[in-house]
Ligand binder design. Structure first.
Ligand SMILES: NC(=O)c1ccc[n+]([C@@H]2O[C@H](COP(=O)([O-])OP(=O)(O)OC[C@H]3O[C@@H](n4cnc5c(N)ncnc54)[C@H](OP(=O)(O)O)[C@@H]3O)[C@@H](O)[C@H]2O)c1
Length: 323
């Protein structure tokens, strides 16, 4: 089978493919034939080492000083190819989707995962490409909007940077929860933002729609506290999805400012969070937006697109097309 690896921190040219034997599932494990996998902003950051200010050394201490020592690929959709001993919760041929998380390895044609890990049956309502696109932005948006900001019906929500992976999920979840949703996006993406639930959209280069807002989801951290403060209602919450070290420390040490709250964090990749997102999908509140779909062989090109932070929706590579 083919599997991708990173040869160094750097541009998309640092991605290489290698041949490896198809692994055998052990006790309690499942062999997945991967059909599609997302190429996310997180993949682009791990490969390039380009992270918000102050976090570069931390990233290198965790994933490798001289090159990323993780296997590329954070999530997948595919089929069960084989079962290890003792696995009864999945069946051969079953369509599934799941996370490899920080260990990676989803940018390959096969991957062994734990049966009781972050793995779920893929519902009939999702194809492999949508299944691959399902978790990255969706889990992040649900975590910040529901768990951190406590978004509820009647709230006024601004999603700044609203049509990428996180933003396109946040618009849908915000609307589903009964918030009034405003957005910023580049002009070409305004129709997409409106179709996902935004009632008002402006170009972020010109400034956001006037508030006040109960919750602001600042996807790229472009507003920051100074930009968000004048837009926040009393008691309002700013969720910075992209935050540098100073902002992370600030939100931990001084989370309340002028009666408003400032949130940063990283969403947990748990089975419970995955199930909640699936329940949102089944209730009509979330379906991942598919952007570019490329063959696995074009993984470097996919990384170049992800590097831009301007992709619409989710970017997916297809390992094995249908049929
Ligand atoms: N904290 C966490 O746990 C967590 C989890 C996931 C992702 N993230 C971070 O969240 C960020 C977004 O991830 P993503 O997957 O949604 O990325 P993405 O799919 O590349 O989308 C980026 C979005 O940001 C918009 N944008 C770009 N520059 C902007 C600016 N200056 N002002 C306002 N909006 C701007 C883009 O809009 P246009 O395309 O319209 O230009 C696009 O909608 C990344 O920095 C990622 O590392 C954090």
């Amino acid at each position: 089978m083919k599997i991708a690896r990173y040869t160094a921190y750097g541009g998309p040219e640092t991605i290489a493919f290698q041949d490896a034997p198809i692994p055998t599932p052990g006790v309690g494990e499942v062999l997945i034939r991967i059909r599609a996998a997302p190429v996310t902003a997180g993949d682009a950051r791990m490969r390039s080492g380009r992270v918000p200010r102050g976090l570069g050394m931390m990233l290198r201490l965790v994933i490798g000083l001289t090159r990323p020592r993780v296997a590329p690929g954070w999530a997948f959709a595919g089929e069960v190819a084989a079962l290890g001993a003792g696995v009864t919760s999945f069946a051969p041929g079953q369509r599934v989707f799941g996370l490899t998380g920080f260990k990676g390895g989803a940018h390959g044609e096969y991957r062994v995962v734990k049966a009781d890990g972050p793995l779920l049956p893929l519902p009939e309502t999702l194809g492999f490409e949508e299944g691959a696109a399902f978790f990255f932005g969706g889990l992040t948006a649900a975590y910040f909007l529901i768990d951190r900001a406590g978004l509820t019906a009647g709230h006024r929500l601004l999603v700044a940077g609203a049509t990428g992976s996180v933003g396109s999920a946040a618009l849908q979840i915000g609307r589903h929860l009964g918030a009034t949703v405003s957005a910023t996006a580049s002009p070409a993406n305004h129709p997409l933002a409106r179709s996902l639930g935004a009632t008002e959209v402006t170009d972020y280069r010109k400034g956001p729609p006037p508030g006040p807002y109960d919750v602001i989801l600042d996807v790229m951290g472009a507003l920051g506290w100074p930009g968000a403060l004048p837009l926040l209602a009393p008691g309002g919450r700013l969720a910075l999805v992209t935050a540098d070290l100073g902002q992370m420390l600030g939100s931990a040490l001084r989370p309340r400012r002028d009666g408003r709250r400032f949130l940063t964090g990283t969403n947990p990749d748990t089975l419970a969070a995955m199930r909640r997102l699936l329940a949102l999908h089944q209730a009509g509140g979330y379906t991942p937006v598919l952007g570019p779909v490329l063959p696995f062989a074009a993984l470097a090109k996919a990384h170049a697109i992800a590097d831009s932070f301007h992709k619409p929706g989710n970017l997916v590579v297809v390992m094995q097309p249908d049929g």
